[in-house]
Design a protein around this ligand. Structure first.
Ligand SMILES: [Zn+2]
Length: 170
């Protein structure tokens, strides 16, 4: 599988691609104007980067994203025990759902309760931008893993074939 640094590079490149594409008429016609303003784009970009560094599906192993959580890393530890690597957290649907709800339950809810924060005033467009950024970071990771494995399998097959041809000839 690709290492953590590869995932970071790919996700950042993807983010830059998305930001550039927002200037095209095609994207402008599909994305509501309120989502192409500075504040929503800033939240979306932050979420995609934060997701890449902290909310990676590789939390199912002792990966760099797992270690970045410091003392809080133990909220992810049960998943390393119940799921196999590249199992549920690497599934395009259950992956983001499990990762986002874990942060909600073990980080956001306690913080909101502790500081008595009123989060009902947060505009929906901010929440959607935040969630979209996080979900894209997770999906990009999953897709990268799938493509990487396929390419690797093909190249191993090809190498084997070449090896066979060489041994036949000699
Ligand atoms: Zn992975």
């Amino acid at each position: 599988m690709p290492n953590g640094k590869t995932h970071v590079k790919i996700n950042i490149t993807l983010l830059l691609g998305i930001l550039l594409s927002l200037h095209t008429n095609f994207m402008k016609s599909y994305i509501p104007a309120e989502y192409t303003e500075f504040d929503t784009i800033a939240i979306f970009s932050f979420a995609l980067i934060f997701g890449t560094y902290y909310l990676s599906p590789d939390l199912d192993i002792k990966s760099e994203p797992f270690k970045r959580w410091g003392i809080l890393k133990y909220i992810w530890w049960p998943y390393q025990k119940i799921f196999k690597h590249r199992g549920k957290l690497h599934h395009p649907l259950s992956g983001p759902i499990i990762i986002i709800s874990t942060v909600g339950l073990f980080i956001i809810v306690p913080v909101v309760k502790l500081f008595n924060l009123d989060i009902t005033n947060i505009p929906t467009k901010y929440l959607i931008s935040l969630l979209t950024g996080i979900v894209i970071s997770i999906e990009a990771h999953i897709l990268t893993d799938v493509i990487y494995t396929k390419v690797k399998r093909k190249s191993t097959k090809l190498k084997k074939k070449l090896k066979n041809i060489c041994t036949l000839k000699s």
